[in-house]
Write a protein that binds this ligand. Sequence first.
Ligand code: NAG
Ligand code: NAG
Ligand code: NAG
Ligand code: NAG
Ligand code: NAG
Ligand code: NAG
Length: 565
Amino acid sequence: MRLFSPLLILAPVTLVYSLPPLPPSNASAVSNNDIFSNLVVHESRSVFPDGFVNSGAASASQVLNLRIGLAQGNMSGLARRHEAVSTPGSAEYGKHLSKEVVEAHVKPTNETTAAVEEWLDAKGLNAFSASPAGDWLALLMTVAQASTLFDAEFSVFTYEKTGEQLVRTLAYSLPAVLLGHVEFDISSSSKPSVSMSSTAGVSNVTSRAIPASCTKSITPACLQALYSIPTTKATQLSNSIGVTGFSNEFANQDDLTIFLKSLRSDISSSTSSNMTSAAGPLANLNMQYTVGIATGVPATLISVGDASMDGFMDVATFLLSQSNPPHVVTTSYGQNEGSISRAVATNLCNAYMQLGARGITVLFSSGNGGVAGESSASCTSFVPTFPSTCPYVTSVGVTSMTTAGLETAASFSAGGFSNYFATPSYQTSAVSSFLVESSSLEEDIVSKFNRSGRAFPDVAAQGQNLEFVLYGEMCSATTSGSATPIVASVIALLNDELIANRRPPLGFLNPLLYSPSFSAAFNDIVSGSNAGCNAQGFTARKGWDPITGLGTPNFAKLRNSIGLS
Ligand SMILES: *[C@@H]1O[C@H](CO)[C@@H](O)[C@H](O)[C@H]1NC(C)=O
Ligand SMILES: *[C@@H]1O[C@H](CO)[C@@H](O)[C@H](O)[C@H]1NC(C)=O
Ligand SMILES: *[C@@H]1O[C@H](CO)[C@@H](O)[C@H](O)[C@H]1NC(C)=O
Ligand SMILES: *[C@@H]1O[C@H](CO)[C@@H](O)[C@H](O)[C@H]1NC(C)=O
Ligand SMILES: *[C@@H]1O[C@H](CO)[C@@H](O)[C@H](O)[C@H]1NC(C)=O
Ligand SMILES: *[C@@H]1O[C@H](CO)[C@@H](O)[C@H](O)[C@H]1NC(C)=O
């Protein structure tokens, strides 16, 4: 039985969940007057998401792989437990929840499950459980069936940048009796995400001599010096980093070997991380700056088909189904928050909360478009990016080097304020200080963002002119996608020492990072701005700011702040 779209991880994986398929029944036998015939609009958008064009109606016979999210049983209870295990000073701090306890909170109520099963039965539908807690169902049906069932018009959406096509609907309805039980159908509203860490900045510098100086080119040695990262080998084999890859991008073992030989000649270049012979720029860059920085920490590339919100959900569900998932997961992709529905964003964000409750650090890059996100420069309001706006992830912005050798905010570092998620308590103080000190911001900037939203990024790291190897050649990358694996590596090295001291891994970081005792554990970045939308954008300043967050990590100081001596 195949539960959902193939999830490709570079190790054999069996996904087996508890719910058996529901028995099919005879749909045509159901009368039109059944309790499910009263449909009400559940979600609708009036316009196509940014960057998409309508390529016409979808073929009636095309088969859709739909996913239905069932109302989760006790997310407010889980949110309280998540906060308690993540907030230093709490009696529960570090006492991360087991897979079973998390699932018990997420599991839909009996009432919800019964209502949905009755509906599926009445319509003769065959559904499969697609998540360990039973809060996701997968359904296969044709466009014709789905159009009737959800009173929806399915169209082919073409993403202009890549030509990628997806079948989606702008609006759909559900039976009134299911409202409150079925949260949404993710596939009808999600869309492919844009790689924030596109290869646009990759240039081939083999013909030039790479300058040794870090002001021109960043190598692991530069990062070790800038962030006080040790070169000694981690010791705990139970510790690991998961690197998410999408769009069929893989990391190449030979390229990693060349990278390690030339830039980490102090360690073995045979470090294996279950990679293939294919290569993708971002996956290569991510793996090289994970294996090359988090010395000795096992790294695994988790790769799914496409970088859509479905793909993000597949990765989260896969991790939640594992008994021993990696302690740190880094992802260099995302998309404009406004291009996905609030319901989809909320549900994915809740999945990251579940991971955090289990003690997993979830990191996302903030994006490459400054305050414009992935939008064009003509945007009238600043465009926040998701999942960075989810309060349960740690968002990583970007810095670069000045010619004088100082770290400054990269002009392309995305950052700003969510329109979906409110400012979480852990950052209210830091964010209000920024807003007070920025009260002299020009009026046209003040009106362009939502000051009550979750503010991002939380931290930052280098993302300009990073040396890496692609197809055997030394290349240079400029992307927010490199900053995230660097921060992930710092966290993984801290976890290594914590585990060696029989302490729990750091888990969800933000309440810790924003706590006063950590204010000195970052290199505060105080120059640079992230222009976009015909505006100057935000300006980096003392303390937290929406370009570089709290600053770049200082491993040695972080180590002291968490009480490792
Ligand atoms: C790589 O895959 C093999 C089996 O395919 C597995 O035994 C090993 O643990 C994996 N290594 C990592 C680092 O995931
Ligand atoms: C489904 O119901 C219709 C109408 O009652 C009946 O003609 C048909 O034989 C049934 N099909 C099956 C597979 O039971
Ligand atoms: C929801 O979770 C909280 C925290 O674990 C728990 O105290 C509460 O009893 C749960 N509520 C229900 C209805 O299970
Ligand atoms: C839900 O159903 C399960 C299994 O049918 C049962 O054991 C449990 O007591 C039910 N819970 C409630 C709250 O009714
Ligand atoms: C880089 O340039 C060299 C020499 O011109 C060429 O052989 C190689 O294919 C290029 N690599 C990439 C990744 O473009
Ligand atoms: C501003 O953010 C809050 C959540 O923090 C949200 O409820 C509100 O709708 C947002 N306003 C706009 C105009 O998007």
